[in-house]
Design a protein around this ligand. Structure first.
Ligand SMILES: NC(=O)c1ccc[n+]([C@@H]2O[C@H](COP(=O)([O-])OP(=O)(O)OC[C@H]3O[C@@H](n4cnc5c(N)ncnc54)[C@H](OP(=O)(O)O)[C@@H]3O)[C@@H](O)[C@H]2O)c1
Length: 243
């Protein structure tokens, strides 16, 4: 099975190293062969405490590495992967306050790295649509903008990081009005974000619903193919804009 949106027509299998074999690592390992990757190395915490498994020998022949671990582990992993000269994609969240340091490491070692808090291609395009919609509707004060998001009861943070990013995208043209965000945590609800514009006469809604982790895996693999041969630090939004 292949997706025309994310698989290049002349796909050459790329050798992929995976750091972290939790929910995301497993989803990526499952999808990777269908997207033109050969998973040659998988390292979870048991063989990579403090980044100890990332050696030139283990990474020999790797074209790219994808990292989905924990906020505590990400920084060591990034440093060591850069030092062995392998380009990488980092999906782990919670380390972005160290972006300046990571940029120096990436540049000093002459590698390429893509990072994002959300690797879903659909969500990234939703951000762009949201920004454009906000610019259109802000010209008509009869419409009030609002955001809602719902997730399963196990999700700890509220509002979601995605809802906060949507708010950052849509707020600027509404200079004299706040864009409100409402959150629901209940049952097993699939992750859903809505941007609405409501007037006395009608409502316009843009909605993104995530069905599984596959959307994140698709985006991470897309970024992994893109970053091969590149140098420097890139956000996933830049990668999609560069299309
Ligand atoms: N950017 C995105 O689109 C996106 C999407 C989904 C999730 N995420 C983020 O990605 C990260 C992983 O998510 P997940 O759902 O896969 O979490 P998870 O199921 O907890 O998996 C993380 C795995 O990494 C392992 N690990 C910890 N330290 C390691 C190290 N030094 N080297 C190798 N593996 C190590 C963990 O082992 P132990 O459990 O034994 O510690 C665990 O197996 C989180 O930060 C999450 O917020 C980002």
């Amino acid at each position: 099975m292949s997706s025309p949106a994310t698989t290049p027509s002349s796909a050459t299998a790329l050798n992929l190293a995976l750091l972290g074999y939790g929910k995301m690592g497993r989803t990526i390992a499952q999808l990777a062969p269908q997207r033109g990757f050969e998973v040659r190395l998988i390292m979870d915490i048991d063989v990579n405490t403090g980044g100890a498994g990332i050696t030139a020998e283990n990474f020999k022949g790797m074209d790219v590495c994808i990292e989905f671990t924990t906020p505590d582990a990400a920084l060591d992993n990034i440093r060591r992967v850069a030092q062995v000269g392998c380009n990488l994609v980092v999906g782990t969240t919670g380390w972005h306050q160290h972006l300046g340091e990571v940029r120096k490491v990436v540049e000093a070692n002459g590698v390429g790295m893509v990072y994002a808090a959300n690797f879903s291609i659909g969500v990234q395009l939703f951000y762009r649509l949201a920004r454009q919609a906000a610019e259109l509707f802000a010209g008509f004060p009869i419409y009030d903008p609002y955001l809602t998001e719902s997730h399963h009861k196990f999700k700890k943070d509220a509002p979601s990081g995605t809802a906060l990013e949507l708010q950052r995208q849509v707020q600027p043209p509404f200079k004299d009005r706040d864009v409100p965000v409402a959150s629901v945590r209940a049952g097993y609800l699939p992750g859903t974000h809505e941007l609405g514009f409501d007037s006395e006469a009608d409502t316009v809604i843009l909605r993104h619903t995530a069905r599984s982790r596959q959307g994140f895996a698709e985006g991470a693999l897309y970024a992994a193919r893109w970053v091969v041969g590149k140098k420097g630090l890139f956000n996933f939004a830049d990668v999609l804009t560069a299309r």
